[in-house]
Design a protein around this ligand. Structure first.
Ligand code: PLP
Length: 377
C-alpha cells in the first residue's frame, strides 16, 4: 500500500470490541488477567498500551521499519538510544544538531566518560573510525539546514561496525526514509511535523535490526520514557494528514525562500530547495521535497531580534512543524544551549517554521516586517 493509505490504516483496524473506526484512547494503566500471566497481550501500560501500539505499528511502517517504539519526547527517545552505548565508547555526531541534543551529549553523557566528537556536516563519514560505536546524524540540520549524506555515512559506519541513528524530525518519513538509505535507526521528535498541530510532546525510534529492536523494547520498558495514551493518539491522528501537510509546508517554504532570496534586508537564505544551497543536489537525491524549514541571516543580531518581534501571522515561539507559522532567533532561543560549543549558531540567524496558511499572507507579513526593519536601519 502507498504511504498515504498506510498513514490512515496501518495498525488501525476497527476496534474489535465496538467496531469504532478510530483507534480508541485506551486510558488505562493495567489489564485484567484470566489467571496469572494469562491476558490479551497487555499487562501494564509502561510495557505496552493498545493506543501506543497502533502508533508504533503505523509510524514504523511509514519509516519502512519493522520495529517502532514511542517515547514521551524526542529527548526521551534520544536518551533511550544513548543506552545502546557505554562510557568509554566513541560517538561521532554532526555538530549542527538541535540544541537539546547537543546539551544532552555534551553536558550529560560526556561527563560520564562517553567519548563524543562533534564534526561538521560534510566530515561525518570521514570521522568514523574503528572505535566509533554510534554515529548521530541530523539532516537537514537544525537550525542551519545543512545536508548530511545518509548513504555515505551509513556505508562508512557499516565498514567500521558502528550504528547510524538519523534524527528525521525535519524531513519526516514522507520526504526522507533513512533506513532505505542504509541507516540503522531513525529517531523523531513527534512533537513537530508528525503530531503537526503543536498540541503534544512526544518521541519515536524505529529500526529493522532485530537485535537493536530487542534492546530498545527492553530499554523502553526499563527506562520508562513512554507517552500516555492520549498523546500517542494525537500523534496517530496527526499522521493521517502528514502527506497533505508536508506537501503544503514544502510548497509554502519554497515561496517564502524565493521571496527572501535577494531581498535587500536579508544577507543569505538557507533553504535546501534553492539551487544556490550547497546541499541542493544531495537534498534532491535523498529527499522527495525540501521541507518546511527556512533559515536566513539578517544584517545583524539586533535586526534579527527586532524583525521577529514585528511579524503578526508568524508567531515568535520555539518549536516547529505545526500547521501555524513560527519565527525565532535560534542563538537566543532553541539553540541557547550551544552558546559554549566550539561551533556557533550565528546571532543574526532567523529560523522559520513555515506553516500551511496562505503563502501570500505569509510573504506579505514578512515583507511588511522587513520593510519596517529596513526603514529603521
Ligand atoms: C531536530 C530535533 N530533534 C529532537 C528534538 C527534541 O524533541 P522534544 O522537544 O520532543 O524532546 C527537537 C526539538 O526541538 C528537534 O528540533
Amino acid at each position: 500500500m502507498d504511504f498515504e493509505t498506510r498513514a490512515i490504516h496501518e495498525g488501525q483496524e476497527p476496534d474489535p470490541a465496538t467496531g469504532a473506526v478510530t483507534v480508541p484512547i485506551y486510558q488505562t494503566s493495567t489489564y485484567v488477567q484470566e489467571a496469572v500471566g494469562e491476558h490479551k497481550g497487555f499487562d501494564y501500560s509502561r510495557t505496552a498500551n493498545p493506543t501506543r501500539r497502533a502508533l508504533e505499528i503505523c509510524l514504523a511502517s511509514l519509516e519502512s521499519a519493522e520495529y517502532g517504539f514511542a517515547f514521551s519526547s524526542g529527548m526521551g527517545a534520544t536518551t533511550t538510544l544513548m543506552h545502546l552505548v557505554s562510557p568509554g565508547e566513541r560517538i561521532v555526531a554532526v555538530n549542527d544538531v538541535y540544541g537539546g541534543t547537543y546539551r544532552l551529549l555534551s553536558k550529560v553523557y560526556r561527563p560520564k566518560g562517553y567519548d563524543i566528537e562533534f564534526v561538521p556536516h560534510d566530515e561525518v563519514a570521514a570521522a568514523i573510525d574503528d572505535r566509533t560505536r554510534l554515529v548521530w546524524v541530523e539532516t537537514p540540520t537544525n537550525p542551519l539546514l545543512n545536508l548530511v549524506d545518509i548513504r555515505a555515512v551509513s556505508d562508512a559506519a557499516r565498514a567500521a561496525g558502528a550504528v547510524v541513528a538519523v534524527d528525521n524530525t525535519f524531513a519526516t518519513p514522507y520526504l526522507q526514509r533513512p533506513l532505505e538509505l542504509g541507516a540503522d535507526i531513525v529517531v523523531h521528535s513527534t512533537t513537530k511535523y508528525l503530531g503537526g498541530h503543536s498540541d503534544l510532546v512526544g518521541g519515536f525510534a524505529c529500526t529493522n535490526d532485530p537485535t537493536i529492536a530487542e534492546r530498545l523494547a527492553f530499554l523502553q520498558n526499563s527506562l520508562g520514557a513512554v507517552p500516555g495514551p492520549f498523546d500517542a493518539w494525537l500523534v496517530l491522528r496527526g499522521l493521517k494528514t502528514l502527506a497533505l501537510r508536508m506537501r503544503k509546508h514544502s510548497e509554502n517554504a519554497r515561496a517564502v525562500a524565493e521571496f527572501l532570496d535577494g531581498h535587500p534586508a536579508v544577507e543569505r537564505v538557507l533553504y535546501p530547495g534553492l539551487p544556490s544551497h550547497p546541499g541542493h543536489e544531495l537534498a534532491a537525491r535523498q529527499m522527495a521535497d525540501f521541507g518546511g524549514m527556512v533559515s536566513f541571516l539578517a544584517p545583524s543580531a539586533e535586526e534579527a531580534a527586532a524583525l521577529v518581534a514585528r511579524t503578526e501571522i508568524w508567531k515568535l515561539a520555539e518549536s516547529l512543524g505545526g500547521v501555524e507559522s513560527l519565527i525565532e532567533v535560534p542563538a537566543q532561543m532553541t539553540h541557547a544551549s550551544t552558546a559554549d560549543a566550539p561551533f556557533a549558531t550565528p546571532p543574526n540567524l532567523v529560523r522559520l517554521s513555515v506553516g500551511i496558511e496562505s503563502a501570500d499572507d505569509l510573504v506579505a507579513d514578512l515583507e511588511s516586517a522587513l520593510v519596517r526593519s529596513a526603514a529603521r536601519a
